[in-house]
Design a protein around this ligand. Sequence first.
Ligand code: 3PG
Length: 307
Amino acid sequence: MAKVLVATEKPFAKVAVEGIQKIVEEAGFEFALLEKYTSEEEFLKAVADVDALIVRSDKVTKNVVEAAKNLKIVVRAGAGYDNLDLEACSAKGVVAMNTPGQNSNAVAELALGMMVYMARNSFHAGTGAELRGKKLGIHAYGNVGRYVATIAKGFGMDVYAFDPFVTAEAMEKEGIKVCQSVEELYSTCNYVSLHIPANDKTKKSINFDLLSKMPKGGVLVNTARKEVIDEEGMVKIMESRPDFKYLSDIEPANAAELKEKFADRVFFTPKKMGAETAEANINAGLAAARQIVGFINNGDKTFQVNK
Ligand code: 3PG
């Protein structure tokens, strides 16, 4: 009997775990759960006899893949799979998947929520500003970017996007003004919302030069990955531009320094929480379980991210 482990340092909502268990058991597989683990050792022990693994941002390292002797499939219940060692998976013939789109709306709502929070003086007394009529740049028009655009249009924002992997025609059809370069996006928009993955090309790519192109009062919103920010460049722009603001769902390594120096111009959630809604947990968790059943029973490799 195939054994499916849900290993989540940051647990899914209970209702999502119950849904995953139901799908796994109805397929005739064994269900196992490891939540809030505190060491890699615990994780390594739990994967020893599993055939399939569901994780969130949990690091599926070479160690984990090698310790999981029977592993055939790992599904990252979410979008970004920078936490999976794809090379190690491929070397062992393990199929790696994500569940694209399933938690996107939750992340998008948080991005807009943070924008409102900052525009209204962190909900302190005093005159704030409105989002209506402001220019919002979507940096990468994928699943989350599209939800952000839809909600922002509801706010009456003027939405721009840059994404070399999406055609101008597709974006224009959805009412988006297309930028030809990342520089054009940043120099045009009052707000920029980041939706790029963390990889060798994007890490530290959001740097001083790019941010300094933003108009006066520029706001960067990061619900993507902290690795894409050049942290030194961020300190530099905050120091040289007293009008610049930075909102992030992911506490950067230099969060303490930024909060101390620029208290009213930065906001960081205490723990990454973009996808922390019951709806997103259910959507992504159940999709992951169904993908595992489809793969084990029918060899369905839709959403495979390692080749
Ligand atoms: C994702 O890539 O899907 C999001 O960053 C959510 O990550 P999480 O599952 O760790 O909340």
